[in-house]
Design a protein around this ligand. Structure first.
Ligand SMILES: Nc1ncnc2c1ncn2[C@@H]1O[C@H](COP(=O)(O)OP(=O)(O)OP(=O)(O)O)[C@@H](O)[C@H]1O
Ligand SMILES: O=P(O)(O)OC[C@H]1O[C@H](OP(=O)(O)OP(=O)(O)O)[C@H](O)[C@@H]1O
Length: 210
């Protein structure tokens, strides 16, 4: 049988995830000195770590080629999927928010409002719950630009420190959802490799507790 495989989101969540493994005493040499390598070994635990883009972490876990995944709640909310979310790891904290130009009232007037966002499903669901019709424009990055140049009335985006909003004359109108890194697990793996996975899930959960 292959080693237990964990898909890890590249980028902002990477350092904190590796810190959890280090706290558990795992040999993280390959992870720390990874270069351009994408599959890395934690040799003393017979664990393989796969580095992937956030949405792909879900894909690898859903297909069962990875047993576990570390991914932001933002990605889970946007992409959904069939897996178990087993732990809130408490790092990668930020939020989804509706933001507008400073001093403007998003809800004023009767026109259909336009939202620019990298997260169309999250935005659609948020306004659907309010029973509000909106137009969504998908943007790939630097979403804060959209209301500034007149493309949209507001944005639904990730806010962490609030610096990007502040430096661009925008402000939070409403908080949409709390975000943090989550541990996800393939549904079949949890049954078939229960004896290996349960202690590992518990350990990662404990290692992530501050
Ligand atoms: N300020 C932030 N902006 C974006 N994501 C953040 C922030 N703070 C924490 N996160 C979390 O970190 C995760 C990874 O973010 P990161 O920017 O590294 O990758 P990404 O969202 O896929 O962006 P990109 O497409 O630019 O690679 C996010 O999914 C989110 O859960
Ligand atoms: O509240 P802050 O601490 O300023 O962080 C929030 C910013 O960080 C993210 O952008 P990212 O850096 O991933 O770039 P992007 O806009 O190209 O997605 C997010 O989309 C916001 O723009």
């Amino acid at each position: 049988m292959r080693p237990i495989r964990i898909a890890l989101t590249k980028g902002r969540l990477e350092k904190d995830t590796v810190a959890v493994f280090e706290k558990l005493g795992y040999d993280c040499n390959e992870l720390i000195n990874k270069g351009r390598k994408l599959i890395l070994q934690i040799p003393d635990r017979n664990i393989e770590v796969v580095l992937a883009k956030a949405a792909d972490v879900i894909t690898y876990v859903e297909h069962g080629v990875c047993d576990l995944g570390v991914v932001g709640k933002d990605t889970i909310m946007e992409h959904g999927g069939s897996f178990f979310e087993v732990a809130d790891l408490g790092f990668g904290r930020c939020k989804f928010a509706l933001a507008v130009k400073k001093g403007s009232d998003f809800y004023s007037g009767y026109n259909i409002k336009t939202i620019a966002t990298k997260y169309p499903n999250v935005a659609r669901e948020y306004f659907a719950e309010k029973g509000m019709d909106i137009e969504i424009i998908k943007i790939e990055g630097s979403v804060e630009l959209a209301p500034l140049v007149g493309l949209s009335d507001g944005i639904v985006d990730i806010v962490e420190t609030g610096t990007t909003l502040k430096e661009n004359g925008l402000e939070v109108a409403e908080d949409v959802a709390y975000i943090s890194a989550r541990l996800i697990v393939n549904t079949a793996s949890l049954k078939l490799r229960k004896e290996e996975l349960e202690p590992l899930i518990d350990a990662i959960q404990q290692g992530s507790a501050r």
